[in-house]
Each structure stands twice: as C-alpha cells, then as structure tokens.
Design a binder for this molecule. Structure first.
Ligand code: HEC
Ligand code: HEC
Ligand code: HEC
Ligand code: HEC
Length: 270
C-alpha cells in the first residue's frame, strides 16, 4: 500500500512535468526503482516504452509482474505451464514454441499481438470451438508464461500464420458425416470445413490424427491412427473398459468421410 501511494505520487509529479523524453533515457526509472539490472533492460522483460514518462504510453503492451516470471531462467511457473500445454494437448489446435497444428491461432504470434491479460481471458472464456478447461487463475498464469516464453524463443515466419478455413463454396451444402454421427457428443475444428459438431460430453477431437493430440489410444497410449479409430468405433469398451461412448455403426464410405473431415493440414514442426 505504501509503495502504491509512493508510486502514485511519482506518477503525478511525472505527469506535471512531462517534458519531451530525452533520447536514450530510461524513463521507467522515474517511477520505478532499478530491478534485475544485471539481467537486462526493463523493456526486454516487460515490454512497454521507456522513451517517455507518460504512464499510458510507457505501459503500452506492458507485461505485468505475474506474467513476467518467464523472463527468469528455469522459472518453475513457466515450467508448469509448458507441462500443461502438453498435458491438455493445446497443440492439437495451436502452434506454440514453433510446433503444433494450425487449426487455431499461432500462439507465438498471439503473444506479440495481444496483452497477456487478453490471452488469459481467452483461456478463461474460450470461444465456441476451444474446450473449456476450467483452469484456476494460477494455472492460467502458468500457461500464459509458457506461451510468452515460447513466442520469445520462436519467431513466426509469415507463411506459418494460421489457416483456419471456414465453410466455403460448395462445401456449405454438404452433409458432414462427423456432424451426423459424432456431432451430438463431440466437436472438432477441421482444416477444411471449420468447426463441426456441437456436443460437449465427449472430448474435442480437433487434430486427432496428429502427433499433438493426446496419446491415449489403448493401454499402451498409442497415437490415434485411422485404423485405431476404426477399432474404437466398433467397440470403445474393448479398448477402454469404463467408457460411456456407445459403438457407432458406419459404412466404409461414412467412416472414410469422417476421417477426411478430421484430417488436419501439415502441422508446424521445428
Ligand atoms: C509515470 C510513472 C510510470 C512510468 C513512467 C512507468 N511506470 Fe510502471 N507503474 C507505475 C505505477 C503507478 C504502477 C502501479 C500501477 C498499478 O498498480 O496498476 C506501475 C506498475 C508497473 C508494473 C507492475 C504491474 C503489475 O500489475 O504487475 C510493471 C511491471 C511496470 N510498472 C513496469 C514499467 C516499465 C517497464 C516501465 C517503462 C517502460 C514503466 N513501468 C514506466 C508508474 C509508472
Ligand atoms: C530479467 C527480467 C526483468 C527485468 C530486466 C526487469 N524486470 Fe521487472 N519484473 C520481472 C519479474 C520476473 C517480476 C515479477 C516479480 C519478481 O520476480 O520480482 C517483475 C516485477 C516488476 C514489478 C512489480 C513489482 C512488484 O513488487 O509488484 C515492477 C514495477 C517492475 N518489475 C518494473 C521493472 C522495471 C522498471 C525494470 C527496469 C528497471 C524491470 N522491471 C526490469 C522481471 C524483470
Ligand atoms: C479444439 C481446439 C483448441 C484447443 C484444444 C485449444 N484451443 Fe485455444 N483457441 C481455439 C480457438 C478456435 C481460439 C480462437 C482464436 C482462433 O480462432 O484461433 C483459441 C484461442 C486461444 C487463445 C487466444 C489467442 C488469440 O490470439 O487471441 C489462447 C491464449 C488460447 N486459445 C490458449 C489455449 C491453451 C493454453 C490451450 C490448452 C490448454 C488451448 N488454447 C486449447 C481452439 C483451441
Ligand atoms: C452418444 C455420444 C457419443 C457419440 C455419438 C460419439 N461419441 Fe465419441 N465419445 C463419447 C464420450 C462420452 C467419450 C469420452 C470417453 C467416454 O466414453 O467416457 C468419447 C470418446 C471418443 C474418443 C476418444 C478420445 C479421447 O481423447 O479419449 C474418440 C476418438 C471418439 N469418441 C470418436 C468418436 C467419433 C469419430 C464418433 C462418430 C463416428 C463418436 N465418437 C461418436 C461420446 C460419443
């Protein structure tokens, strides 16, 4: 509290005598004490703009304290976040650290474009086709730190921006076999047809045939190939004893169409 009042007092004085910024001067220091000076400049870790003492401009796109821990080497918060990106298979839809599918935003790019607070909000209140993970705040902070670190380490080439293709042309009139047979229980973002399905009781199957989906087929945790999916649909309980999903009977053609609908574009790999 004392610190805040002190800072606010400084803020007011700084505003009163807001002269033209001197070239090269770090104006952050007019309001803040030096901090981790041996590890870099204020802006290298927090972004913002050091060329002025005007609060709003100085703090433009600021990385606030709780989202800054990734700037410290071997930070445990960020490490947790990285683990969560894997555990929840965020890369079945997103690219982060230069790898992942391109069904949704490239997070390496998002972190440049958006405030960490907005990214956090996107996880807390996900769009229709992003699963609701019900993370607590600390978990979201961990994830954002991991995303910020990933974006810092991997530059995004322009050609790798997300290609999220939504219903176009003839496809719009087509009947999607995924919608028909799976869509009441599942959703999936697809490379060619956008979001399909409306169900929430089964997992979101986006990017299922990619290496970035959960490796959870069978006891030996295999990847979901089309062959494995075919076995699963015939009798899920034969693969995993306690599942609720009923067997789904499909013709060969219906099954092949579902596989085509679920195919992702080539993922980004580094
Ligand atoms: C005019 C004074 C002023 C300048 C210039 C200024 N700040 Fe601040 N800064 C403040 C005040 C006041 C707060 C506390 C505001 C609050 O709690 O929202 C703050 C808070 C912060 C925080 C913590 C925010 C959080 O919620 O975690 C960071 C980090 C920060 N500033 C970094 C910077 C950096 C980096 C610069 C230079 C690029 C800078 N500030 C320039 C006044 C300033
Ligand atoms: C190596 C990265 C790094 C550098 C350089 C750095 N910071 Fe920070 N800053 C952090 C981290 C991480 C935190 C989160 C709390 C902590 O670890 O101290 C933080 C927290 C803050 C806070 C919030 C402090 C609080 O007690 O809530 C302010 C304000 C701040 N930094 C301002 C600055 C300013 C101004 C500079 C330049 C003089 C600067 N930082 C340089 C990484 C850095
Ligand atoms: C089933 C696909 C899917 C999965 C899985 C998924 N997301 Fe998303 N996510 C989306 C979609 C769709 C958006 C909306 C923006 C877009 O179209 O890319 C989004 C947006 C975001 C954004 C905001 C990006 C921006 O540029 O505004 C963040 C941050 C994010 N997701 C983080 C995560 C994290 C962290 C995970 C894993 C815990 C995750 N997402 C898992 C589909 C997904
Ligand atoms: C009546 C609802 C329902 C229908 C219809 C349905 N599923 Fe499922 N599915 C589920 C549920 C619930 C689960 C979660 C596991 C369980 O049963 O507890 C699941 C799990 C799965 C899994 C395992 C994914 C994972 O990460 O564990 C796959 C793959 C799958 N379904 C594919 C399909 C496909 C493809 C179709 C359509 C051909 C389909 N499902 C139709 C309810 C359904």
């Amino acid at each position: 509290m004392v610190i805040r009042i002190w800072l606010l007092a400084l803020l007011l004085t700084a505003n009163l005598c807001s002269a033209e910024p001197l070239a090269g001067k770090n104006h952050c220091l007019e309001c803040h004490p030096a901090h981790y000076p041996e590890l870099g400049t204020c802006v290298a870790c927090h972004r913002g703009f050091a060329g002025t003492a005007r609060f709003n401009i100085a703090h433009n796109r600021l990385i606030t304290a709780r989202f800054s821990s990734f700037t410290i080497a071997d930070d445990p918060t960020t490490k947790q976040g990285k683990q969560r990106l894997d555990d929840y298979a965020c890369r079945r839809c997103h690219t982060s650290e230069g790898k992942g599918n391109r069904l949704a935003a490239n997070l390496d790019f998002s972190q440049l474009e958006k405030n960490p607070e907005d990214l956090e909000e996107s996880i807390q209140f996900p769009v229709l086709f992003m699963p609701e993970f019900h993370f607590i705040q600390q978990q979201r902070v961990e994830l954002i730190n991991a995303i910020l670190l990933g974006g810092k380490q991997f530059k995004v080439p322009a050609e790798e921006l997300p290609e999220v293709v939504h219903f176009e042309g003839e496809e719009i009139t087509r009947e999607f076999q995924f919608e028909k047979h799976c869509g009441s229980c599942h959703r999936a973002l697809t490379a060619r047809f956008g979001g399909l399905g409306s169900g929430l009781i089964g997992p979101n199957l986006s990017g299922i045939f990619s290496e970035f989906y959960l490796l959870n087929f069978g006891e030996d945790k295999q990847r979901w190939s089309t062959e494995n999916l075919e076995k699963w649909l015939k009798n899920p309980r034969k693969i995993s004893l306690y599942v609720q999903m009923p067997p789904v009977e499909l013709t060969k053609e219906e099954f092949e169409n579902i596989c085509k609908e679920l195919q992702q574009l080539d993922p980004v790999k580094k």
